[in-house]
Design a protein around this ligand. Structure first.
Ligand SMILES: [Zn+2]
Length: 141
């Protein structure tokens, strides 16, 4: 059975992932721990272990949080010129809080996008033809 490659709504899948829900059904929990994706959806059984978000969510979160925090630092510095101690007390916790708040939704959105684009075995064929695992080298005899 050949399914069209674009039958999965990637915006909906990313939104479901950002809400930490299964990109396929939107019901089951996507994560079994803070950043550990469940092997399969507890609601619909969709296999989720194919995801390979790797470091991309962290890079995206750094990009987003950096733009927010640096903009705020510059705005506050120009407007109020607080001491460096005040800066450190304000921006350190904000940076940590934003990072922890965004990591899971961003990773969920990335997994949702991978699912929608049928990447890394999300094509239902069970394999990952683009990144095959190489056969172990046999010693020459
Ligand atoms: Zn599901």
């Amino acid at each position: 059975m050949n399914e069209p490659a674009n039958d999965r709504d990637y915006v909906q899948s990313m939104m479901r992932g950002a809400l930490c829900r299964c990109p396929a059904c939107g019901e089951g929990k996507l994560f079994r721990k803070f950043l550990k994706v469940a092997d399969e959806c507890p609601s619909c059984g969709e296999e989720l272990h194919h995801q390979r978000a790797d470091d991309f969510p962290a890079y995206l979160v750094m990009f987003i949080v950096g733009h927010i925090v640096v903009s705020l630092i510059l705005a506050v510095e120009i407007a109020y010129k607080p001491s460096y101690l005040i800066h450190a007390l304000m921006w350190g916790p904000l940076t940590l809080a934003l990072t922890l708040a965004l990591l899971q939704p961003v990773k969920g959105a990335i997994v949702g996008l991978q699912w929608a684009l049928r990447m890394h075995g999300f094509d239902g064929k069970g394999g990952d033809e683009l990144d095959p695992v190489p056969a172990p080298a046999t010693p020459a005899q």
